[in-house]
Design a protein around this ligand. Sequence first.
Ligand code: LAN
Length: 656
Amino acid sequence: MNKTSADVKDTIHKGLLFFTGLQGKDGSWRGEYGGPQFLLPMYVAACHIAKRSIKQGQKESMIRFLKHYQNPDGSLGLHEEDSACMFTTALGYVALRMLGVEKKDTQAAAMRKWMHDNGTALGAASWGKFILAVLNLYSYDGLHPITPEMWLLPYSVPFHPGRFWCHSRMVYLPMSWLYGKRAQAPADELTLELRQELYDADYESIDFSKHKDTICPCDNIYPLSPFYKAASKLLQTYERRAGGTLREKALDEVYKQISFEDQATHFIDIGPVNSVLNTLVHHFHSPGGPEENKSFAALDRYLVNTPEGTKFNGYNNTALWDTAFTTQAILSTPFVHEFRHSLQNAFDYINKNQVLEDVPQASLHYRHRSKGGWPFSDVEHGWPITDCTAEGFKAAKELSPWVKQPMESSRLRMAIELILSMQNPDGGWASYEKKRGGDWLEHLNPSQVFSAIMVDHSYVECSSACMQALSKARGMFGTDMDRKIKRAMSRANAFVRKTQRADGSWYGSWAVCFTYGTWFATTALLAAGAKNSDHALQNACGFLVAHQNPDGGWGEHFSSCTEQRWVKSGSTAVQTAWALSSLVRCGLANTAAAKRGATFLMRRQQEDGDWPEEPLVGVFNKTTLIDYENYRRYFPIWALAEWDREATDLRASTLE
Ligand code: LAN
């Protein structure tokens, strides 16, 4: 099919008509955020433990989800596209049974068979064992200790939990309370049945204390380190004697921290896992009390009905992130005027969802400043993130000429001050906070299925977003600020250059993979003033061009993330958009490679203006895919608009 340059604008316009139709009343865009398969089972477990009934229709929809992604061998994966994992299969099986699926159901039977063929639930990764222990389907003796007294250590101790990456910190916090109490649901009839179904020996005869390290090979993605095992031995000795006033004091402190997190986030909590675990803590602390009720009410916000059934989202929503990117995409097109109402509404959302206050007594709760930041979702959630702050700032600032009342300069300034306060000594930016502990802490990672969860360290994506925001803030807030920005930029520039790989690419941590990392990194260097002739940029573009598929698109497989090398796959619109935008920004719009990339994006668009669903591209902790539903919509629009603006030589010619 021959496409002409008029078609590019047509593609962009059709894409915008479709996508602006999906904008919410509050001005935001938000998408499905499923992917991980351990979240819904945890929620169902919490409902079972607290005896919260789930409506019949909802139950059926949850069952549909759990069955939909079952692998042909009967197992469930860690995420929707993953092969077998004992952690999720065991929890998924338990959830199905709790939702009313019978033992003899064909799909349940296939799951059970897979578990039994693969060593039973005794081989589940540690979070699986933990949830089973709370359900009274596993013994606390079979867990590595999660000692709450750790929270009483002085912060100067290099492994104080307050130094952990906030997501791990906030997951192990309620785990330590539940562990310290050995909180366990009373056994009911279903528990007794499940005890027989999950294991191949009589439950009472299993010596769980011998199974701390039992692990199914497919769950042993990151084996426990000898260092962790040695630390666990020490804690086990301690746990034999733990109790009395010290334990009480530790549990009190942990409970205070949990309550603080609930208050600060309106019970949404930082993420899906601690929101379920905090709910369980409240249940065991004051069953049926107001905290338990508020926690359950907040959990509802994570549930989402999809054609594949009810999922439990990986965050309360994706609104700020999606809205900030969509805004920038629209602003890059020639149709800004036509869509200005949509932009005004988007601005209102961004404007309303900036965090304007620090949390009270931040340091007592191991919290960094928040004032001026933007979260991933909304201000109610309230945890600011480096790159969300940066994207929020960029969107808000660039919208200024198009909205009735631009954001006040003092508020934009607050965002820049927050970004500056979060720069790491290595020049980069981490996700939520500054890096608080040494890399050696990763040896204490107990999860077995996630990598790099112990400390928040610098990421090229977060760093790039911050650098882009800083570069746009130049000249806005006076000479003193400009000096600070200049210093920060030069350190950041060095960080980005240092992390470039020998092949010219950058590794991306939060999406698959090198197209994402390279898009951010090249944009960062340009923001820091690099010229197109810069070797780092030329090498990056060389890398991208070398990996273009014959159909003109780019596609890398999820295993690029784990293997840390380009693993080729069929072209996707999202990855093609990242690659194309990188080439255009580096001055290569007028090349055959860019033209072929753009043509691929145009060909891929559906009649209705949307782009077809693609394999998941969001990632966390190297192993788990997560769905950024709207990436396939705004990134192609954005990349095509950038290309259309720059590709002067090709404008008149026909695109094959
Ligand atoms: C997210 C969601 C947003 C994401 C970006 C802002 C896109 C990224 O640029 C930085 C990292 C961040 C904030 C991120 C980190 C990991 C999260 C929080 C998630 C992928 C959403 C869910 C995931 C969380 C860790 C899931 C729970 C699992 C644990 C291992 C604690």
